[in-house]
Design a protein around this ligand. Structure first.
Ligand code: BES
Ligand code: ZN
Ligand code: ZN
Length: 490
């Protein structure tokens, strides 16, 4: 999508024209139309309301989408993003390739969020799997050019540009996460990581079976045994010259289960279908490296992503097995569907050993329990450092990717002690009780004294009830909150 800044709307484009409730603005012809529409209760500029106008209103283009923003004083990030998401979706229905967007001064403080909402709202699930008429239809709906009208100030333009860049990364993450496991396999992410390395100058390391064996990553290898593809531990080390060499790196670890069948504790119908989503954490941390470079974040940032499928088969992991993790701690497998914590255990312990981070943040679609507790609006937020937790929570609020602090108690850790081994990966018999906290407690066993936060994104990574700037399926959750956290000097 191309981005242009214009002083006047292009007559042939479809123009998104924001209107505040109870406000009399615009040219005389438009004012008259707005008054008539309000009287007829067709369009009252309530938030997210849209109305398609055809025919010249004064000097405006032929095709205009009036966009309600509600009352100016009640504007907030969520309402602005929803409204512009609604508008761009509406414009897609009119099959316009060139979209103008009028930005009045009141909207300048939201320029970045509007850029995000417009680009995120114009996301369409990949056309790669369609052919013929269905493919043409999808192509016909994609926006080619965005023309922003009324923004001469350079700083507002660059805020908008930044929103667009972030949203492009979010959309890419959505593509990766939506992609089924026969497309988005281990090789796919090898290639993506290589592309990111090339683009950003980050150093790429991909550890495969032989190296993982040498390092003793029995947990990641154990989960991998049912898969025909080798596991990977993919590491992107972004170390710009601008970073302070005395500051330890910031490490982000993402769960990359390419498909979670549950393993021998097989997921039933209704739970297994969308389990390509289980790589959402890994996708988010890889994209973060790309954005760190694009936005010029002057910090050494390392993304670590363990990739494997969780499948069944003659070699696959079985309940009752005991695995030795990279850390040396042993784990008895009480449930093969608790695979995320296993692959993360090795990735986390290794990352801490290797990089001695300032702090480590992991992002994972870890537990169904967290989804049950918080739904698709909030991710669960855990950790061992109040300051880090609060910074993440605040960043989430700023960009409306919400994180809710969840309890982590030593009794949760107790429940994860093994009967035969040091630990067990699921609290047998009552997996679901406090499942999110116990998942976090298991991870904590591999953290030691490092400052740490854990984002359980099982709920918001995927949605059946999309917001105005989302579509069904992958949301790209995590990217925006982590970027903002980094920008706030996290
Ligand atoms: N990938 C799932 C969690 C999940 C469920 C993510 C639904 C998104 C939507 C994870 O690997 C899992 O199955 N966790 C188990 C843990 C249990 C066996 C301790 C769960 O949540 O039931
Ligand atoms: Zn699972
Ligand atoms: Zn999983």
């Amino acid at each position: 999508m191309e981005l242009r800044f214009l002083t006047k709307p292009k007559k042939t484009s479809l123009l998104i024209y924001p209107v505040f409730e109870k406000e009399k603005a615009g040219n005389a012809a438009l004012r008259k139309i707005l008054a008539e529409l309000a009287a007829a209760r067709e369009f009252e500029a309530k938030s997210e309301q849209t109305f398609f106008l055809f025919g010249k209103a004064g000097n405006l283009p032929m095709r205009v989408i009036l966009l309600g923003l509600g009352e100016a004083k009640k504007l907030n990030i969520a309402s602005v993003m929803s409204a512009f998401g609604a508008a761009i979706k509406k414009s897609a229905a009119h099959r316009s390739k060139e979209i103008g967007v009028l930005l009045n001064k009141e909207l300048y403080p939201f320029a970045e969020a509007i850029g995000e909402a417009l680009v995120m709202g114009s996301y369409q699930p990949s056309a790669a799997y369609k052919t013929g008429k269905a493919l043409n239809k999808l192509r016909g709906q994609s926006v080619k050019t965005l023309e922003i009208v009324g923004v001469a100030k350079k700083d507002i333009q660059s805020a908008f540009r930044k929103g667009v860049a972030v949203a492009n990364a979010v959309n890419e993450v959505r593509d990766w996460v939506n992609a089924p496991p026969n497309f988005a396999n281990a090789k796919f992410f090898d290639d993506k990581a290589a592309e990111i390395a090339k683009e950003t100058g980050a150093k790429l390391t991909i550890l495969r079976k032989k190296e993982l064996e040498k390092l003793g990553m029995g947990a990641l290898l154990g989960v991998n045994r049912g898969s025909p593809d080798e596991a990977r531990l993919t590491i992107l080390d972004y170390s710009p010259n601008s970073a302070d060499p005395k500051e330890p790196p910031l490490v982000f670890v993402g769960k990359g289960i390419l498909f979670d069948s549950g393993g021998y504790n097989l997921k039933p119908r209704g739970y297994i279908e969308d389990m390509q989503l289980d790589k959402a954490g890994a996708a988010a941390v890889l994209a973060l490296i790309k954005l760190a470079q694009k936005l010029g974040i002057a910090k050494r940032i390392i993304a670590v992503a363990p990739f494997t499928e969780n499948l069944i088969g003659g070699h696959a992991l079985k309940p009752s097995e005991i695995l030795k993790t990279y850390s040396g701690k042993t784990v008895e497998i009480t449930n093969t569907d608790g695979e995320g914590r296993l692959v993360l255990a090795d990735a986390i312990a290794y990352a801490i050993d290797q990089f001695k981070p300032k702090y480590l943040i992991d992002v994972a679609t870890l537990t169904g329990a967290c989804m049950v507790a918080l739904g698709d609006r909030y991710a669960g937020l855990f950790g061992n450092d109040e300051n880090l937790i609060e910074k993440l929570r605040a960043a989430g609020e700023e960009v409306d990717e919400l994180l809710w602090p969840m309890p982590l108690h030593k009794d949760h850790n107790k429940k994860m002690k093994g009967v035969y081994a040091d630990l067990r990966n699921a609290d047998l018999g009552s997996e679901r009780d406090a499942g999110a906290s116990k998942g976090a407690a298991f991870l904590q066993e591999f953290i030691g004294k490092t400052k740490w936060a854990h984002l359980d994104i099982a709920g918001p990574a995927w949605t059946g009830d999309p917001k105005k700037y989302e579509t069904k399926g992958a949301t790209g959750f995590g990217v925006r909150v982590l970027v903002r956290f980094l920008e706030n000097n996290g």
